[in-house]
Design a protein around this ligand. Structure first.
Ligand code: PEP
Ligand code: MG
Length: 315
């Protein structure tokens, strides 16, 4: 399948009926941009900024950050680039931010919570992003990680606006935010669903713990229902809802996600070819039927096989 998929022309992501589904890249360093473009990324759906912070015992300077974000944005002229504010804590601990011991760091002061507790770091990051935005002509979107409440959404959107960030959104990776998506998306300009953490928190199963790995499956209908609720919240407010967790890299699950209303898919660049090929084999009506079959299942394995069966019928 890989050989056939990778020889397909690098047309923009679309379903068989022409419905556009922009295919974006998840990147962790500006240096990955060239390869992503070569593999057909239409922009960046998740730029993880942690790399700038993890290698150091203190926060990078505004100048260092400006240089890194400028390098990234320069690689995508006229294209959308979604940058995530620093997501520290839990699986991404930072000595200078997450200093207090926590028994349950995944449930602790992480993501946007940690940034609020050290707001100067957030302000410096937004300053650097605004600098890079002015110096380049990419379409910069900025989002906050680990948002759980409407109030956090208001906080992030309003602080981003202080720095003239034109498009400010949130990651939906905590079930509370998915359940409140209609309210969250009344305020945020967009949402991007992080299926890795959304699955971890929905299933109460540590994403790094092998003994509970069977629970860490984004095909679980409980996770799918939350994704659907988030997409519905976007639709109700006329706001885009993308997917940037690993789920988007699964060619069949990608069809389900689009069938539930996801407007863009972002993934590791090496996954783009197979997802592009898979989307091209189904219309939007097919994708909606395939999604409905998965949503009606009781568990992850039956959701996957129900979607598979529906996809075979549709094709
Ligand atoms: C996610 O949680 O799905 C996500 C995209 O963010 P990360 O994997 O960096 O936590
Ligand atoms: Mg996450």
């Amino acid at each position: 399948a890989r050989a056939a998929a990778s020889s397909a022309p690098l047309t923009p992501g679309a379903l068989a009926d022409g419905t556009a589904v922009p295919l974006l890249a998840n990147l962790g360093k500006p240096g990955g941009a060239a390869e992503a473009v070569e593999l057909g990324a239409e922009g960046v759906g998740l730029f993880r900024t942690e790399f700038l912070f993890l290698s150091s015992t203190q926060a990078p300077t505004v100048d260092e950050q400006t240089a890194a974000y400028t390098e990234l944005l320069q690689a995508f002229p006229g294209k959308k680039v979604v940058v995530r504010a620093l997501d520290a804590g839990a699986d991404k601990p930072l000595a200078f931010l997450n200093d207090a011991h926590e028994d349950n760091p995944a449930l602790g002061l992480r993501g946007l919570r940690a940034l609020r507790a050290s707001e100067d770091i957030l302000r410096e990051q937004l300053t650097a992003l605004a600098n890079a935005d002015k110096a380049t002509d990419a379409d910069l979107w900025v989002m906050a990680p680990m948002v759980a409440t409407v109030e956090e959404t208001e906080y992030f959107v309003s602080i981003a606006r202080e720095y003239e960030i034109k498009i400010a959104g949130v990651m939906v990776e905590v079930p509370s935010a998915a359940l409140l998506a209609d309210r969250v998306l009344a305020i945020a300009d967009f949402a991007s669903i992080g299926t890795n953490d959304l699955t971890q928190y929905t299933m109460a199963a540590d994403r790094l713990l092998g003994s509970v790995a069977s629970f860490q499956d984004p095909w679980h209908p409980a996770v799918l229902r939350l994704i659907k609720a988030t997409a519905d919240g976007g639709k109700a407010n006329g706001k885009p809802v993308g997917i940037c967790g690993e789920a988007a890299a699964d060619p069949l699950l990608a069809v389900v996600l689009v069938g539930m209303g996801a407007t863009t898919l972002s993934m590791a660049p090496t996954a783009l070819a197979d997802v592009r090929a898979s989307l091209l084999t189904h219309t939007l009506a097919d994708a909606q039927r395939i999604a409905a079959a998965a949503l009606a299942a009781d568990d992850a394995a039956s959701a996957r096989s129900a979607a598979q069966a529906a996809a075979e019928n549709a094709a």
